[in-house]
Design a protein around this ligand. Structure first.
Ligand SMILES: [Fe+2]
Length: 294
């Protein structure tokens, strides 16, 4: 395993923004020693039945960053989400910052470029993003060094981003009582997800972990923050040293029972373009529905 540069003495200030419609948590990550910040996993609002896009969630992030007087340096996507749309380009237009995602986005663009029968105008080279991260790549948020850790399994382009004593786990892990994310999307793989989760669990026990989603199992309050130690002890899918074989069996059986996420069709088309809405031949914003294509 790569020895990732981790500095637990750096403690970013983190604010969470929960989106009730998609159970997504977006984060503002601020450097305590400068005015620099980053956003992780923003959300663009969609009323899919009406084909209507709005920006209430993104506007709340933008307003907060302006209120803090911060400079937005990065807009990070932990992966190509299948359950909500990214607001990255909208936020970038208002505040600047670079949009970053894992370099395996090319695999995702190839796979779903076919599913949605995209023409050659849809570039499958990741050029819609400003930065494509490889495993172990580092970048700066003010004076804080962040490192991207390649964690495929849920999707081929998933990355966990570690900033000081905080890690943004995307959909590798849920809260301990939520377990893990599904691994049955095209390019997903349960065994690969298990291996990626072990990379996260190898981080220091007191590393803070921030979830991308929470579904409040058992009707508890929504939660989004835990630690590596908590996950190792209590995660219902991988805690207490559960084996790779056990995990693959459980995950595969469970995934076979899951329906498609409500917003997967619009989410993939938008998110594989870094959050841009596709247009038709006349330049009008337009989404497709491939019949029996997923
Ligand atoms: Fe996801």
């Amino acid at each position: 395993m790569t020895d990732y540069p981790v500095d637990m003495s750096v403690k970013p200030e983190i604010e969470a923004f929960f989106d009730e419609d998609t159970n997504t948590i977006s984060y503002i990550v601020k450097d305590p020693t400068s005015d620099a910040c980053a956003i992780v996993d923003s959300v663009m609002d969609i009323d899919y039945a009406a084909g209507r896009i709005t920006y209430d969630h993104a506007d709340a992030l933008i307003a907060r960053i302006k209120e803090m007087g911060c400079k937005l340096e990065w807009i990070i996507e932990t992966h190509v989400h299948a359950d909500h749309l990214s607001a990255a380009p909208y936020i970038q237009e208002k505040l600047g910052g670079k949009i970053g995602v894992g370099s395996k986005i090319l695999v995702v663009q190839n796979t779903f470029g076919k599913v949605f029968n995209e023409g050659t105008e849809f570039q499958r080279d990741g050029s819609q993003f400003d930065a494509l991260f490889e495993d172990g790549d580092t970048y700066m948020i003010g004076n804080m060094q962040a490192v991207a850790i390649y964690t495929p399994g849920h999707t081929p382009a998933c990355m966990v981003h570690v900033v000081g004593d905080a890690a943004f786990v995307g959909d590798t892990l849920f809260m301990p009582d939520g377990g893990s994310a599904r691994a049955d999307f095209p390019g997903g793989d349960a065994g690969t997800l298990y291996d990626s989760i072990q990379k996260v669990l190898a981080l220091p026990d007191d590393m803070r972990l921030f979830m991308c989603h929470d579904y409040a199992p058992g009707g508890r309050e929504i939660q989004w923050e835990t630690t590596v130690g908590e996950e190792k002890a209590n995660n219902i899918h991988v805690g207490q040293g559960k084996s790779r074989e056990e995990f693959i069996k459980f995950r595969t059986e469970r995934d076979a029972q899951l329906g498609m996420p409500r917003l997967i069709i619009p989410s993939l088309q938008v998110n594989m373009r870094a959050g841009e809405i596709p247009t038709d031949k006349d330049g009008r914003p337009m989404l497709k529905v491939p019949v029996n294509g997923l």
